[in-house]
Design a protein around this ligand. Structure first.
Ligand code: ADE
Length: 228
């Protein structure tokens, strides 16, 4: 899976992909993540990537030309399955969307900044707009990192225990059950006996009940429409 991420603040994306699961996925060759600085595609002495909004109003708007140059250059190299624009007014990201997208191969992720991008970028180039939640970030970079992470961890061979993505919260519309590790008792707080029993079918049954109860309590909306 390949991600080409277009941003005017590439520094924001230096950290998130360098470590842990996404870092290892790149080392194993399962994921390729390339960050492009839109300024490298700008022209003129000051290489501007943004300008004032026509009609006035506060905030700068990312210009279409550097973005078009970058996207059209990338599209000469390979075919992209989706050109995604990260924006608070996109479709709200959820696990089902991550699962579906993880079946595709090549993505361009465009990060807005300031007041966003010229609307013509969205109508001409973008195939999918994603929001990671109903709040406004300073730009799409952190949202892009969220989407990349959620997709990469689903790729076969990325998690060491291949089943562990299947037991994540949301995979079956249930939150994950509680987990414990050593010590078995801490300041009088004990790990539930069943988890120390070695009886795998009882442990599975306990986890299922816990997942249901936790979901019922915290996110009853997830259970609507499920066979209960
Ligand atoms: N850019 C700014 N806010 C965002 C959000 N909530 N989701 C995706 N991209 C964004």
């Amino acid at each position: 899976m390949r991600f080409d991420i277009l941003t005017c603040v590439p520094e924001l994306l230096q950290g998130p992909f360098a470590h842990s699961i996404v870092g290892r996925a790149q080392e194993k060759g399962k994921a390729e993540i390339v960050v492009h600085n839109l300024r490298d595609y700008a022209e003129g002495r000051h290489r501007p990537v943004d300008d004032y909004a026509f009609g006035g109003g506060a905030g700068m708007v990312l210009m279409i030309e550097p973005i078009a140059r970058c996207i059209e250059h990338l599209q000469t190299q390979r075919k992209y399955d989706e050109v995604i624009y990260l924006s608070p007014d996109g479709l709200t990201f959820h696990q089902g969307m991550a699962n579906q997208l993880s079946l595709q191969k090549n993505f361009i992720l465009l990060c807005g900044h300031y007041k966003g991008v010229d609307e013509r970028v969205r109508t001409h180039f973008v195939s999918l707009e994603i929001s990671i939640g109903d709040y406004v970030l300073s730009g799409g970079e952190l949202a892009a990192a969220v989407v990349v992470d959620a997709l990469v961890r689903l790729l076969p061979g990325v998690l060491s225990d291949e089943t562990s993505a299947l037991t994540d919260s949301f995979q079956d519309n249930l939150l994950a059950p509680p987990v414990y590790t050593r010590p078995a008792e801490w300041r009088g707080l004990k790990v539930p006996d069943v988890l120390l029993s070695g009886d795998h079918s009882r442990i599975e049954a306990w986890r299922e009940v816990q997942a249901w109860e936790r979901t019922q309590h915290r996110r009853p909306d997830l259970l609507k429409g499920l066979d209960t």
